[in-house]
Design a protein around this ligand. Structure first.
Ligand code: KG4
Ligand code: ZN
Length: 337
C-alpha cells in the first residue's frame, strides 16, 4: 500500500490527487477562468492563481481520499515542461510539504505522465496497455508519437515541427471567432456539420513527423477569401467549417500513427493529452483500430486534460524504482525527454 500525492501546476490548472498504488482515491482540479477574457493563458495570472489554489486543492484531495497527510509515502510533482512561474508554485509546494512530512519527492515529466495515465485504475475499469505500446500524445503544446518500452524507457519517434494539434484546434477556433480554448468548441460544432463540406490540403512531411502551421494558414486564407464574397460566410457555415477542419486534423494525426504502427509492428496503441478528449478523434481511432487489428487505449475523459492523478501514477512507477529527486532541483520549461 503506497500512498502518493500528485501535484500538477504546469499550465492553467491547479490539481492535486491521491492514489493508493495505481488506484485513484481523489483527483481535484481547480480551473482558472481568469484567462478566457484574454483569449489565451496569461503566465503571470496563472502563477498567481496557482498560489491561491494550491493549498485548498491539496487539502480537498486529502479529505476526499480520506487519508491524513501523515499516511503519505511520497509527493510527485510536475517538474516540466510548462510555464516556469506556474511550475515553480507546484515544485516549491511539493518540496516544502515533503520536507515537513519527512518523505521523498519524485519529479515527473508532464508528457510522460499523460502517456502513463492509462495505468490509473478507478471505477471505469479500463484495460491497461501492455508494453511496448505506441502513444499518440496530443495536447495544447505537444504532438508526439512515443514508443513506450516500459514506464522508464520511452522514445519519441515522431513529433510536430511547428504547431501542436491542440494549437491547430485553438487557432482555427480563434480565426472563426469562437471562445478560448477552441478545441472543445470545434468538437461541439463539428457534431452538427458535414466533415466533407470543405477540403484543406494536408502537409507533406517525411517520416513520422507532423506539421500544422500550413493548415492554419490555409484555413485563414480560405476564410478571408470567402468573407470577401460573403461577409456572413463564417456564421452561415460554422458547423461545416468546424467539422471539416476537425476531420482534416484527425486525418493528419491518424495517417502518421498508422505509419508508425506499420513500421514498428506494434499493435498496442494509446492516445493521451487534451486533444484525446475530441469525440471525432476517439471515434476515428476506434474505427481504425477495428480495421487494423489494434488493441486501443482511450483515456477516460477526466484523464485527457491536465490532472494530478496522472502525475501521481507516473510518480508511483518511479517510487517502485526508488527514483527520488533532490531538494535542490528546479523546474524546466522545455521537455527534456
Ligand atoms: O493536455 P492539455 O489539457 O494541456 C496541455 O498540456 O497542453 O491540452 C489542452 C489542449 C487545448 O489545445 C484544447 O483546445 C485541447 O487540448 N482540447 C481539445 C478538446 N478538449 C481539449 N481539442 C479538441 N477537442 C476537444 N474536445
Ligand atoms: Zn497536458
Amino acid at each position: 500500500m503506497t500512498y502518493i500525492l500528485g501535484i500538477e501546476s504546469s499550465c492553467d490548472d491547479t490539481s492535486a490527487a491521491v492514489i493508493n498504488n495505481t488506484r485513484v482515491l481523489s483527483n481535484v482540479i481547480a480551473n482558472q477562468h481568469v484567462h478566457s477574457a484574454y483569449g489565451g493563458v496569461v503566465p503571470e495570472l496563472a502563477s498567481r492563481a496557482h498560489q491561491q489554489n494550491i493549498i485548498p486543492v491539496v487539502d480537498v484531495a486529502l479529505k476526499e481520499a480520506k487519508i491524513s497527510k501523515n499516511q503519505l509515502d511520497a509527493i510527485a510533482f510536475t517538474r516540466g515542461p510548462g510555464l516556469l512561474g506556474s511550475l515553480l508554485v507546484g515544485t516549491s509546494f511539493a518540496k516544502s510539504f515533503a520536507l515537513a512530512l519527512g518523505i521523498p519527492i519524485i519529479e515527473v515529466d508532464h508528457l510522460k505522465a499523460h502517456i502513463l495515465s492509462h495505468f490509473l485504475e478507478d471505477v471505469s475499469g479500463e484495460k491497461q496497455p501492455r508494453f511496448p505500446y505506441l502513444c499518440l500524445t496530443v495536447s495544447g503544446g505537444h504532438t508526439q508519437i512515443v514508443k513506450v518500452r516500459d514506464a522508464s524507457n520511452m522514445e519519441i519517434i515522431g513529433s510536430t515541427i511547428d504547431d501542436a494539434a491542440g494549437e491547430a484546434f485553438d487557432k482555427a477556433a480563434k480565426i472563426m471567432g469562437l471562445p478560448y480554448p477552441g478545441g472543445p468548441e470545434i468538437d461541439r460544432l463539428a457534431k452538427l456539420g458535414n466533415p466533407m463540406a470543405f477540403t484543406f490540403t494536408q502537409p507533406r512531411i517525411p517520416g513520422l513527423d507532423y506539421s500544422f502551421s500550413g493548415l492554419k494558414t490555409a484555413f485563414l486564407y480560405f476564410l478571408r477569401d470567402n468573407l470577401r464574397i460573403d461577409s456572413e460566410f463564417i456564421d452561415k457555415n460554422k458547423a461545416d467549417l468546424a467539422a471539416s477542419i476537425q476531420y482534416t486534423i484527425i486525418e493528419i494525426l491518424l495517417k502518421k500513427l498508422k505509419l508508425a504502427a506499420d513500421e514498428t509492428g506494434i499493435k498496442e496503441i494509446a492516445i493521451a493529452g487534451g486533444v484525446s478528449a475530441n469525440s471525432g478523434l476517439r471515434n476515428a481511432i476506434t474505427q481504425m483500430a477495428a480495421s487494423e487489428g489494434w488493441e486501443i487505449h482511450i483515456p477516460a475523459m477526466r484523464y485527457t486534460t491536465d490532472n494530478a492523478a496522472m502525475i501521481a501514477v507516473a510518480g508511483y512507477f518511479k517510487f517502485l524504482d526508488g527514483d527520488f529527486a533532490s531538494q535542490d532541483l528546479t523546474p524546466y520549461a522545455r521537455s527534456k525527454f
